[in-house]
Design a binder for this molecule. Structure first.
Ligand code: ATR
Length: 268
């Protein structure tokens, strides 16, 4: 058996098991499995070490373990080190390698050319760090807004970009929501510095919140004619990069998209 898992706390809502299991089946990898495991923070390190010593090939790591995943690893990819978080672990001969496929996956979704475009990132958590890394690396001019300004200042010191407190929504070519706003039905236009009617057709709007229906943020953007990328597309993109690391096979993207859209039981 070759075992894979997603480690989170909670993790029952994750669509990765449906998505990755469908991909493994499509690739004919019948002896591979992918499951969700709820691991409390104080058990995370022990669990990962036990997995690395056993029959496990790797794991995805989600909230709240992305920082701990970095700390437990023997080797870090350059991206994981720069972003300061890891969402993918690969076990080889007892060694633990850590990657950040959130950032790598996002790069595969960004339209060309990002270079020279103006981007606004909302949020300053782990997801924001991956997004800012991908955008700065692609040559975008990145502004970062966060409810708690000290966090956006710290993020920009680490990764580049400039903290903003009162962004001009219309000035940006790309706007990415990496905050948790919308996850539990919060009104993005009450919590974030955006107006529902402030989007433009030339803009690309990305919402990392994933849900079966378009989020209120993406609905408003679409209504104004903006291009949109939803959280499920981002989930599939990171999952595909992770799957390639573990299996060295080409990920079946369409199968993964369909399984991610129909799997799971609600928002992230
Ligand atoms: P993740 O790793 O998923 O990014 P996180 O580190 O908990 O998770 O970050 C959550 C982000 O959502 C933060 O930017 C947080 O803002 P604060 O740093 O001010 O806490 C943001 N967030 C959560 N709820 C929010 C709300 N109601 N309004 C604005 N921002 C919110």
């Amino acid at each position: 058996m070759k075992r894979l898992a997603v480690l989170g706390h909670p993790v029952g809502h994750s669509r990765s098991p449906a998505m990755q299991s469908a991909a493994l089946a499509e690739l004919g990898l019948g002896d591979w499995t992918y499951e969700a495991i709820d691991v409390a923070p104080d058990e995370f390190e022990g669990k990962v070490r036990e997995m690395a010593a056993g029959e496990w090939v790797g794991a995805n790591v989600t909230v709240p373990h992305k920082g701990a995943a970095l700390a437990v690893a023997d080797d870090l990819s350059e991206v994981a080190r720069e972003v300061g978080a890891a969402n993918t672990l690969h076990f080889e001969e007892g060694r633990i390698h850590a990657y950040n496929t959130d950032a790598k996956g996002l790069l595969t979704l960004l339209p060309e050319p990002v270079e020279g475009s103006r981007a606004l990132v909302l949020g300053a958590g782990g997801a924001a760090r991956a997004v800012v890394w991908a955008l700065v690396r692609s040559g975008a001019e990145v502004d970062v807004w966060n409810r708690t300004e000290l966090r956006s200042q710290n993020l920009c010191e680490d990764l580049g970009g400039a903290p903003v407190s009162d962004p001009d929504q219309e000035a940006y070519d790309l706007i990415a929501n990496t905050t948790a706003v919308g996850l539990r039905g919060e009104d993005p236009f009450a919590e974030l510095p955006l107006d529902a009617d402030g989007f433009r057709p030339e803009q690309l709007v990305i919402d990392l919140v994933y849900s079966d229906r378009p989020t209120a943020l993406l609905s408003a953007a679409k209504e104004r004619g903006s291009e949109t990328i939803d959280g499920l597309a981002v989930l599939v993109a990171q999952g595909a990069v992770s799957l390639r690391i573990w299996t060295e096979r080409e990920p079946p993207l369409e199968t993964m998209r369909q399984a991610a859209r129909s799997g799971g039981d609600g928002p992230r």
